[in-house]
Design a protein around this ligand. Sequence first.
Ligand code: SF4
Ligand code: SF4
Length: 416
Amino acid sequence: MRHQIVSDDLRAPEMAEAVEKCVHCGFCLAACPTYNLLGEEMDSPRGRIYLMKNVLEENLPAVEAQPYIDRCLGCMACVPACPSGVEYGDLLVGYRALQEKERQRPPLDALTRKLICETLPYPRRFRLAALTGKLGQALLPALPDAFATMLSLLPDSLPPARPLPPVLPAQGERRGKVALLLGCAQQVLAPEISQAAAQVLARNGVEVHIPREQGCCGSILLHVGEEKRARDIARRNFDCIPEDVDAIITTAAGCGSGMKDYELLFKGQTDAARAAAFSKKVMDFSAYLAGIGLRAMTGFPGERRVVYQDACHLLHAQGCASEPRALLAGIPNLRMLEIADAGMCCGSAGTYNIDQPEIAAELARRKVKSILAVEPDLVVSGNIGCITQLRGELARQNQTLPIRHIAEVLREAAPN
Ligand code: SF4
Ligand code: SF4
C-alpha cells in the first residue's frame, strides 16, 4: 500500500514497512478471530492496517479508528497467514505505544489500567491485590463492568508460594545451562508451573539458574502501550541473568514473544545491544526441551487422550507448534488429539478479557466447544493465560475436564 506516513517515532520505518508490504489481498481475513466473530472489514487485519495508515498519515482522527484497534487481540494469527510478509505486530505495537501517549481515557478505564500496571508486573503487590480483590467479590453486582470482570477472573484461593533455590543442579550428565524466568502473575496464580519446569529441566540434565532478583519481562506493560515502563522493568533481568547460559527459558507464551521483540522495544536506547543479545537467547520451555531431547519417561498407567491448546504467542508469534506436540507424543500411553480451529485465540490475550469481556467470552466458548467435541481426558497448554481463560469457561459449563501446563504433565510422566 502506498503511504505518506509522517512520524518522527523511532519505529516509524518498521510501521511504514508493514503498511507498504500490505497488498490488500485479504488472505489474512480467515485467520483473524475478530473478523470471524464480527464480520466487519475494519475488525480484520487488512482493515486495521488501513485505519492505522490513515491515522499515521493524519488523514483520520485516532479516536475514529480506536474501537477497531482496541478490539484487536494482538494474537498475530494474521502474520503467518500473510503471503506478503506483513509484520503486523511491528505496526500494531508501535502504533499503540504512540497513541497511548496522547489518549484521553475515561476516568474508570484509566483507573483500571493503572491498577493493572501497578499490580500485575509485581508479584508481591499482585498477591496482595488478588487477596484484597477476593474480598471485593461480594460487591460484584454493584461494581462497574471493568472492575467486576477483573475481580471475577481471580481464583477462589491462591496457592502457597513455591520458592525455588537460586540454582537447581543438573541430574546425571550435564547437557545444558539455562536461566528460568518465573513470570509475574504466574508466580502468584500458579507457582507450581515454574517448579515443574525447573524439575523437568534438571531431570533432563540441565543446570537451572533462577536469579532471585529477576522481575517482570515488561510484556504486560507493552501490551497496554506503556513502553517506557516496559523497558525500565525489563532492564532488571539484563543485570541478573548470567551471561553464559545457553538459553533464557520462559514458560508463558506472552513473556517469550514479548522478550523476542526487545530489539524493537529498545531501538535507539542505550541498552539496545544488551537487549538484542538477551532477546536472542529467549526460548520457550518446550522448544528448548525438544531441541535437547527428553530422557526416557515412565508415562501414565492407562491411556490418556490429550488436546494440546496452542497459545497464540507460541503458535503465531514464535512458530512453536510441533515441539510441544512432539514432547507430549513421546509420553507412553498418551494419545494426541487435534481440534478444529486450533489456531484461533481463546480470548485470553493479555488484558483482553478485561478490556473486551464479551468477545473474550465468546472466543472461550468456541474454543471449549472445539475441545469437548474430541472428548479428551486432559487439555495441555504452554501458557497460564490460556489455562486461566479455559479453566474459567469449563467451570462455567460445569465441565470437570482438567487443564494443565505442559511442564506439569512432563513432570508427572517422569517422576524422580
Ligand atoms: S494477507 Fe497480508 S498483504 Fe494481504 S491483506 Fe492481509 S496483511 Fe495485507
Ligand atoms: S492480531 Fe489477531 S485479532 Fe488482531 S488483526 Fe491480527 S489476527 Fe486479527
